[in-house]
Design a protein around this ligand. Structure first.
Ligand SMILES: [Fe+2]
Length: 192
């Protein structure tokens, strides 16, 4: 995604490494925030995004990079990118690991709201996730997904259906309670 445009300058052997990174390798990875900022500033079409790109690995507790900004010092766009990017990375599978799914991913966001992520951003993200089933699940339930190649329409209609997704109604109170708890611990108030 655009916020990681600076990774174009990071060697593939570091980006694609599946084992733990050395300190030197992590220092190189960190530079993608500043390289991304420079690239954005060099393009009139996206130069306004430069501060958001530079700050997307900052943390609410000031332990992020590259500048160690904390709380409201971090551009709001950066805080939104950070939470959404983390949710996407945790919920979905990667080549080397399974995904946690949206339920567990939102629980992790709650656990670290106020220290790593902005609790108000986490709250907003959870409201969106709780209202909408994941896209793939929606397509399965309504049978509007593409028919597998070579499978006749009738056979496609009769193919086994996965179990319906867990209702999000039971997810929302639990995760919102987690957000509220994290917000109180960090002495930040939730929006009404
Ligand atoms: Fe990044």
């Amino acid at each position: 995604m655009l916020h990681d445009i600076g990774k174009l300058a990071i060697p593939d052997q570091i980006l694609g490494k599946t084992g733990p990174l050395t300190d030197d390798e992590f220092d190189i990875i960190k530079t993608h925030t500043m390289i991304g900022e420079e690239l954005a500033l060099g393009s009139p079409a996206i130069k306004d995004l430069a501060p958001a790109i530079r700050g997307h690995h900052e943390r609410m507790d000031g332990r992020g990079y590259p500048d160690g900004l904390a709380g409201q010092q971090i551009p709001l766009a950066s805080r939104i990118i950070a939470a959404c990017d983390a949710f996407d990375a945790m919920a979905n599978p990667r080549q080397y690991r399974a995904g946690l799914g949206s339920h567990r991913a939102t629980e992790v966001l709650c656990e670290h709201a106020g220290t790593q992520w902005d609790p108000r951003v986490v709250d907003a993200l959870i409201r969106v996730v709780a209202r909408r089933p994941p896209i793939d699940e929606a397509r399965i339930l309504t049978n509007r997904g593409p028919r597998p190649p070579g499978l006749p329409a009738r056979a496609a209609a009769e193919r086994p259906r996965p179990s319906p997704p867990r209702p999000h109604a039971e997810l929302q109170p639990k995760v919102l309670a987690g957000v509220a708890r994290a917000a109180m611990e960090s002495q930040l108030s939730l929006p009404s």
